[in-house]
Ligand binder design. Sequence first.
Ligand SMILES: NC(=O)c1ccc[n+]([C@@H]2O[C@H](COP(=O)([O-])OP(=O)(O)OC[C@H]3O[C@@H](n4cnc5c(N)ncnc54)[C@H](OP(=O)(O)O)[C@@H]3O)[C@@H](O)[C@H]2O)c1
Length: 278
Amino acid sequence: MARKLVLITGASSGIGDAMARQFAAKGWDLALVARREDRLKDLAAEMKAKNGVDSLVIPADLSRPGEPERIFAEIEKAGRQIDGLVNNAGAGQPGYFTETGWADQARFLELMVTSYLKLIHLVLPGMEERKFGRIINVSSVSALLPVSPGHTRFSGTIYPGAKSLLIKVSQSLKAEMIGKNVHATAVCPGYTWSEFHDVNGARQSVSQLPSYWMLKAEDVAATAYDAVERNKAVSVPGAWYKFMTGLMRVLPDPVGEWLIAQQARRAMKRAQATQAAE
Ligand SMILES: NC(=O)c1ccc[n+]([C@@H]2O[C@H](COP(=O)([O-])OP(=O)(O)OC[C@H]3O[C@@H](n4cnc5c(N)ncnc54)[C@H](OP(=O)(O)O)[C@@H]3O)[C@@H](O)[C@H]2O)c1
């Protein structure tokens, strides 16, 4: 019997790379997508040597409309069906709303929202028909916490909203797929070691955070894999973030907003002090 295949976007680094390692260790073949083809090829070779799994390497820029359809067609052309989907590719859109042109916001929405939804729309009918599917949408803890200006400055005004949409879509899919063995999970990581904060320019302020705020990409991937197997619609990796999101559910909104604003102010001050000392 052919091995199952999971399509992973943003597999060239961070959480996507860790997802590929997690699924390969469980015996899944991989379809690896990102812009940096060389990294995907290296990962594919490593997963073949370590786990004996096969990979399709599909370089794509998901901020361009039409890429999800091309990726899907390439996988079909290779004679494979898609049993799992990890929607993960992403980057922040630094800058407040009025500082950011619409062309950049539109690219952001294409990458962070439209490409995710299109890929789900393409793979879901086959999963439903075959009565097997596993979908992980990489959301963020920012979808569950009050918004701070420190965060939107680096990741963008739309970022928490885009990530919130993934939670609601995962919950809707879970409800629509009851009894069909098609599971959908939104995994909501907090700050995670990856290239994300190098790309969006937040490395300096993130490096000031206490170590218990930082997650490892492999732990995020392991939590997500376990959650989608258990058909959990929303999963928050890490004890600290479970505590934070639990606390925010019971605190009055203004208190939660004040706490998050204090934390953001402290991080900003520490970053400025470090910058001044350099
Ligand atoms: N790190 C965190 O603290 C954190 C927290 C919560 C949620 N997240 C979410 O986790 C996901 C993965 O981020 P990460 O932390 O692993 O960051 P990362 O190390 O920067 O990885 C981002 C991945 O997305 C790919 N990507 C970026 N733009 C793309 C595009 N236009 N087309 C195709 N692929 C693209 C990158 O590959 P190429 O550059 O090769 O294209 C890379 O593989 C994102 O959706 C992010 O919002 C991250």
